[in-house]
Design a protein around this ligand. Structure first.
Ligand code: COA
Length: 409
């Protein structure tokens, strides 16, 4: 596929792996990470030895409270049998994306040229306590006010529906259609937590969690891990004839509390990180075929479509509604805008593939890597795909990472 971009890659992915997502009660976090890492090493076409790894960056959020463990680098040093620098990144649900951002910094700086990146979370063991644990990623005043994460996103969704969809039932349907689409996309995904179709009515009639957020608007509580090996663009072909290039790696940060934000209906860090990533990669939406988007609650996918510029402010839900109506029944349901098609979350996204928070940002990039190589199994997108975007959010938007990947440079 030819494209007009003249940007140079900053790094290359030569291997990727993941565990299944779901309730994996029999494994501990470091074993999950090791399993994803092993699959990642085995995916390197021309082979790699663990002694070639020069550094590792791991993302996770809650392991200290969910599993009463700390100093993960020590555990991983033992598992890997290596004494290389191993660093941890905590950025709530963007811990994985942020680990990759830091790994890219180390490659860009020239300090390392073969870096292992991983993400993991083990949430299901905590049963009813996990909603409270997740609130580490919120402002203390929000905690004291009795908020949970579904509650915080309910505030954003309620405001969005009031501002842009008041009196129009189609807006509520559009919020449900995001979930229907992503559950549909996950049906062939062998690693997904949920492989189950839902109707729009089923989403709208599921149990209320925090009005207007219902159970089926939410991403689930999940265990899982994911891993990548990245190297310099120059070294990539030593490991594979088909590397996937990282064209841009960006991260933006904002206040943690919703009440400090400029808007409840858009996420500033998405605008900043995705805007900077598109600029760095020198691409527009005309170049991007698939996007892995942080759909922790369905309204977040709608806001992404606006914050990243795919739809105009306030019109995302209309785009979702119209796209769903014209695409339902097909293997993937693309978002449509003036002749442009964008497939979002081709393997089911956080909603249906699952959301082990620290693993998510790396899982998104692993999915893009597999899609771009034509190796995504049953959820492989039809046609020629060359460029993908991965968007990972922490908290209600205090942090966002964006990575743009490309097969042909
Ligand atoms: N999507 C689809 N199905 C879900 C689901 C989800 N998010 N969460 C649970 N289910 C299913 C379960 O598999 C179960 O199905 P079954 O009856 O067929 O076995 C049923 O719904 C009830 O599951 P249960 O575990 O009792 O649900 P719950 O009420 O304890 O938890 C939520 C539901 C929505 C509260 C929970 O998933 C949640 O807190 N999600 C948000 C997580 C979060 O905030 N992450 C951070 C994002 S920033």
């Amino acid at each position: 596929m030819s494209h007009g971009s003249t940007a140079k890659p900053i790094a290359a992915i030569v291997g990727a792996g993941r565990t299944k997502f779901g309730e994996l009660w029999y494994d501990n976090p470091e074993k999950l990470l090791f399993e994803a890492g092993l699959q990642c090493m085995q995916s390197v076409d021309k082979g790699i030895n663990r002694t070639q790894l020069q550094a590792a960056y791991f993302g996770s959020f809650l392991y200290q409270s969910t599993n009463k463990i700390g100093l993960i680098p020590g555990h991983m040093s033992k598992e890997l049998g290596l004494n290389i620098p191993i660093s941890m990144t905590e950025a709530a649900c963007a811990s994985g994306g942020s680990a990759l951002y830091n790994a890219c910094v180390s490659i860009r700086s020239g300090l390392h040229d073969i870096v292992f990146v991983g993400g993991f979370e083990k949430m299901t063991d905590r049963a009813n306590l996990i909603s409270d644990d997740l609130m580490f990623a919120a402002d203390p005043n929000e905690v004291n006010a009795g908020y949970t994460f579904p509650g915080l996103y309910a505030t954003m969704m309620a405001r969005y529906m009031y501002d842009y969809g008041k009196g129009n039932e189609d807006c509520g349907d559009a919020m449900a259609m995001v979930a229907v689409k992503n559950h549909h996309h996950a049906m062939p995904n062998e690693n997904a937590q949920f492989r189950r179709e839902f109707t729009v009515d089923a989403i709208k009639n599921s149990s209320i969690v925090a009005h207007p957020v219902r159970l089926l608007h939410c991403s689930p509580v999940t265990d899982g891990a994911s891993a990548l090996i990245i190297t310099t663009p120059e070294k990539a072909k030593e490991f594979t004839d088909d590397p996937i290039y990282i064209m841009s790696s960006q991260q933006a940060t904002d206040a943690i509390s919703l009440y400090s934000r400029e808007s409840l209906t858009s996420v500033k860090t998405t605008k900043l990180a995705v805007g900077a990533a598109m600029k760095e990669a020198n691409v527009t939406y005309d170049d991007i075929q698939i996007a892995e988007v942080h759909d922790c609650f369905t309204v977040e996918e709608v806001m992404f479509l606006e914050d990243s510029g795919f739809y105009k402010t306030g019109e995302g839900w209309k785009g979702v509604y119209e796209s769903y109506e014209s695409g339902k029944g097909s293997k993937h349901i693309p978002y449509l805008n003036e002749g442009k098609e964008l497939i979002v979350n081709p393997g089911g996204g956080l909603k249906a593939d699952g959301h082990p928070v620290g693993a998510t940002g790396i899982r998104q990039v692993q999915e893009c890597w597999a899609q771009l190589r034509g190796e995504a199994g049953g959820q492989q997108v039809d046609g020629d795909i060359d460029t993908a975007l991965a968007h990972n959010i922490g908290g209600t938007g205090a942090i966002c990472t964006a990575h743009i990947l490309r097969r042909n440079i």
